[in-house]
Ligand binder design. Structure first.
Ligand code: F0G
Length: 452
């Protein structure tokens, strides 16, 4: 059959809060036109992030009840460790409270002044942790990644020639690790191919530099490989995932994405000495090695989540729903980053409202418009997020609509599509914004705006 359905049925429901347009108008003003300052209870469809916002399965909740909360040597840890070993092939598995905790431990150990860490595209917490250690974070995406309309299937690929040139220029002794983010959140939720990962591995071997994955969305990446990479179509996703990890020396993972849990992280390391140092730092700042800042119940939920995410019916539905939204918006004349990403759709806000200059934040204007019109919360990824305090303005003004896993149904997506199209039809009513108050750093979380 042609129709792709949600491959689950609903056992527990959570009512949505319906607010009137007038109520939303008061709420958005009260929040200074900043989506992070709007109480979640006043949001109808929350597409702020796909991180930690997913729904757990009946088996995950059963795991929560069965979990063991011993400080050391909990059976829940051994269950989690066994599953992560099966899925990734790594022997050394450390739990952390979320992805950035894994990043912080890794870069405290391998970063430092004078070091350079290349990636296809660092996520902002990864970049911040690298820079916090004193090292430099460098993005080396392929050229196609920066072209919104380019439908290259693997826009998450790294420019391997640029990687080679960089390592040669700074010297391999100054490159403690090469990272690759799968999928590339910064450039639209786009995947990296196995071919590209193998080529990166080749460069790393040549220079004897380790390769680490930022593997938050490893299963979504593997699904794209299965769909679009030559020779991969008949392989199980599990085998593709295994090959992705086999090519690497370690990984940082936010389990809040493809771990299908509300909080949790993982740090994988192959090197024995690095593992020992990471374990010591974990104990110092997160918790003992068999819980890493989490409860036993979180470890059980992760053990189950990391298996469920490999279910191909789930991945088919998951990737199809983002594609469905993306293709409908495109056919209405709305420019998005093409092709649609795995976990989100990124709307080109500069094209959406050309009457609003970057200095008046077209992405923020669109985010406000979507909330006002339909109670939908997206996030600006443009001049509000990246600009300020003498920083260079980003090359694109984007609005990300990120999809929580297993939370919304197709009719919710139809509502989102209709809302975005209606706002597009009235785009000339969208108004630019100016910042009234802003903090010195990470201003998008707390800045307040007024309409121009
Ligand atoms: N790496 C990537 C690619 C991410 O997308 C995120 C989080 C992290 C690392 C950090 O993980 O939040 O568990 O500490 N991304 C979320 C987002 C916040 O909305 O895209 P964390």
């Amino acid at each position: 059959m042609k129709t792709i359905i949600e491959p689950f049925r609903i056992k527990v429901v959570e009512p949505l809060q319906m607010r009137t347009r007038d109520e939303r108008e008061a709420i958005v003003r009260q929040a200074g036109f900043n989506m992070f300052l709007i109480p979640a209870a006043d949001v109808l469809i929350d597409l702020l992030t796909d991180s930690g916002t997913g729904a757990m399965s009946s088996l995950q909740w059963a795991g929560v009840m069965q979990a063991d909360e011993s400080y050391a040597g909990s059976p829940s840890f051994f269950h989690f460790e066994r599953i992560l070993r099966e899925v990734t092939g790594f022997r050394h598995i450390l739990p952390t409270h979320q992805g950035r905790a894994s990043e912080r431990i890794l870069f405290e150990l391998v970063g430092g002044a004078g070091k350079v860490v290349p990636s296809n595209a660092h996520f902002d917490t990864t970049r911040a942790n690298i820079e916090h250690s004193g090292a430099e974070a460098v993005d080396l995406p392929i050229a196609e990644a920066r072209q919104a309309r380019n439908r290259h299937r693997f826009k998450g690929n790294m420019d391997v020639a640029a990687l080679e040139a960089l390592v040669e220029r700074v010297g391999p002794e100054n490159v403690p690790v090469v990272m690759c983010t799968v999928t590339s959140n910064t450039f639209g939720g786009q995947p990296a191919s196995l071919e590209n990962l193998r080529a990166i591995r080749g460069v790393c071997d040549r220079f004897r530099v380790p390769l680490f994955l930022d593997a938050c969305r490893f299963a979504e990446n593997a699904w794209f490989i299965k769909q679009y990479e030559n020779g991969q179509h008949d392989r199980p996703v599990r085998a593709i995932v295994r090959e992705m990890f086999d090519l690497t020396d370690g990984a940082t993972i936010s389990a809040k994405k493809d771990g299908l849990v509300n909080t949790g992280g993982v740090l994988l390391v192959r090197d024995e000495a690095l593992f020992q140092r990471a374990s010591n730092l974990l104990i110092l700042t997160e918790g003992y090695v068999t819980y890493g800042g989490l409860a036993g119940r979180d470890l059980e939920a992760m053990a189950q989540g990391f298996q469920e995410v490999l279910d191909e019916e789930y991945l088919r539905y998951r990737i199809r729903s983002a594609e469905y939204v993306g293709e409908k918006l495109l056919s209405a004349g709305i420019q998005i980053i093409e092709p649609p990403g795995g976990h989100a759709i990124y709307i080109d806000a500069a094209a959406f409202c050309p009457h609003i200059p970057p200095a008046q934040f077209p992405g923020q204007a669109l985010v406000v418009g979507l909330y006002r019109h339909a109670g939908i919360r997206g996030v600006e990824i443009g001049s509000v997020m990246f600009g300020g305090a003498g920083r260079e303005l980003p090359s694109m003004e984007l609005v990300r609509l990120a999809f929580p896993r297993r939370v919304y149904t197709q009719s919710h997506m139809d509502y989102v599509i209709e809302a975005v199209i209606e706002v597009f039809e009235r785009r000339h009513d969208l108004r630019g914004l100016r910042i009234v108050t802003e903090p010195p750093a990470l201003r998008h979380f707390t800045a307040k705006f007024e309409e121009v």
